[in-house]
Design a protein around this ligand. Structure first.
Ligand SMILES: Cc1cc2nc3c(=O)[nH]c(=O)nc-3n(C[C@H](O)[C@H](O)[C@H](O)COP(=O)(O)OP(=O)(O)OC[C@H]3O[C@@H](n4cnc5c(N)ncnc54)[C@H](O)[C@@H]3O)c2cc1C
Length: 402
């Protein structure tokens, strides 16, 4: 039984964003949180995930960092994927002045389990697929689930991923399109690859004309004597196959993945060929137009969003319009951040367009320019973002304004 004085919050989706929001809100006494997840049980598809200082900051705040271990990203090679020539070696990780734990690449399941362990019992309801939502006259929102049930919480948090039904209903004109960019990902025992030169020594990007291949540790070798290793093959020029081009991980054949690296260096082709049949998972990349109000992407952004929302709700809980007031604060903090990110992306994109003519004339120069471009620019505002400081700065600015 929920006392009337509690604000009820329904979170849709149990990915990093939904779980982080549930953890952050569960610390507030005046909120009752339920997370609805469509899957019948906890699960996480995909391979590895990169975590830097910004991720450690938010994971520490959620008290979820202890269980998150992975492979260090200290030395990263950027290579011409066709010849193997080293285009750049990053010996200093981007966040060398950041968190002492540095940048790591972790199995996505490690992140998911660490967050799940911090969610209060009975918060998550599995097998609950949201199919629609609508406003009700007294200001609440009715959520309708596939199993015929409904709830009317005070606040809904849409954390239901790239194909979000919440977003589709609230922003009906926001249509996703396939970007032509598809990733095939796998985790494989590192010991099965060590015979191939230069593949398992360090994190490496092998850049090709129309795609790239990424190799990385995902396990902390001090705790795992038989560590796993990630291979991601990306193609930027995939045709759309109606019904088959989907953003979640579906099975892909070895022949299909091999065909995308047929022009790559033998070391890449050999590594890809080691993967047992049936292990590759294919993820088609989708994107949509930008919204005027804040919404982000990336697991760390999603966790930061959840934490800031909790701070804003806490701040406004005694005000006349606690929910709208909190959402306004959320937008005021997060919208400028995402605008800055869009600017950064646009900048990179413009430079890349200028370099495209090199692609056919001088591939080596083109790949070098691409790497310089991707690694250029100061990205500290992303990878060293200290979300607690962001909140403290907001509170200070507010005190000055008043
Ligand atoms: C190939 C690939 C590589 C990536 N690599 C990185 C990386 O290295 N670093 C990084 O930060 N990010 C990476 N990302 C992005 C990252 O995966 C996402 O940004 C992140 O998972 C978003 O978290 P989320 O909680 O918002 O959504 P998701 O992780 O997508 O979780 C959404 C959840 O909602 C549930 N759900 C969906 N619809 C409904 C519904 N109707 N009802 C109930 N539940 C529902 C889903 O089952 C799922 O559990 C990558 C993405 C891809 C595809």
């Amino acid at each position: 039984m929920i006392a009337k004085s509690l604000t009820t919050v329904a979170i849709i989706g149990g990915g990093p964003g939904g779980l982080a929001t549930a953890i952050a809100l569960s610390e507030l006494p005046s909120f009752h949180v339920t997370l609805y997840e469509q899957s019948p049980e906890p699960r996480e598809a995909g391979a590895g995930i990169s975590l830097s200082t910004n991720a450690w900051k938010i994971l520490d705040l959620l008290e979820a960092s202890d269980g998150v271990k992975g492979g260090p990203q200290a030395n990263t090679y950027q290579r011409n994927g066709h010849t193997g020539k080293v285009l750049r070696l990053q010996e200093q990780p981007e966040n060398s002045a950041g968190d002492v734990r540095g940048s790591i690449r972790a199995r996505r399941t490690r992140l998911q389990s660490a967050l799940l362990a911090r969610v209060l019992p009975d918060t998550i309801v599995y097998n609950k697929k949201l199919v629609s939502l609508e406003s009700v006259p007294d200001g609440g929102v009715r959520l309708n689930f596939k199993d015929g049930t409904e709830v009317i919480p005070d606040l809904v948090v849409g954390a239901d991923g790239i194909r979000s039904i919440v977003r589709r209903i609230l922003f009906p004109n926001h249509e996703l399109h396939f970007t032509g960019n598809t990733a095939w990902r796998v985790l494989i025992q590192k010991s099965s690859l060590t015979h191939i030169p230069d593949v398992t020594d360090a994190t490496a990007w092998w850049w090709g004309q129309n795609g790239h291949v990424y190799f990385s540790d995902v396990d902390d070798e001090t705790e795992n004597p038989d560590p796993y290793f990630e291979i991601t093959v990306r193609s930027y020029t995939e045709p759309e196959a109606p019904g088959l081009t989907v953003p979640w991980g579906i099975s892909a054949t070895n022949d299909k993945v091999a065909s995308r690296v047929s022009k790559f260096d033998k070391r890449v082709r050999d590594a890809v060929a080691v993967v047992p049949e049936g292990h590759w998972r294919e993820f088609a990349g989708y994107a949509g137009p930008r919204l005027e109000r804040a919404f982000g992407s990336g697991a760390t952004f999603a966790m930061e969003d959840g934490w800031i929302l909790a701070r804003a709700l806490e701040e406004k809980r005694l005000s006349d319009s606690p929910i709208q007031g909190a959402l306004d604060i959320f937008d005021r903090i997060r919208s400028p951040y995402y605008h800055k990110m869009y600017e950064h992306i646009d900048n990179n994109h413009d430079k890349m367009q200028q370099q495209t003519k090199l692609k056919t004339h001088n591939l080596d120069e083109f790949l070098q320019a691409r790497v310089d471009n991707i690694l250029g620019g100061n990205k500290d505002f992303i990878y060293k973002n200290d979300i607690r400081k962001v909140w403290e700065d907001y509170v200070t600015a507010l005190a000055v304004e008043n």
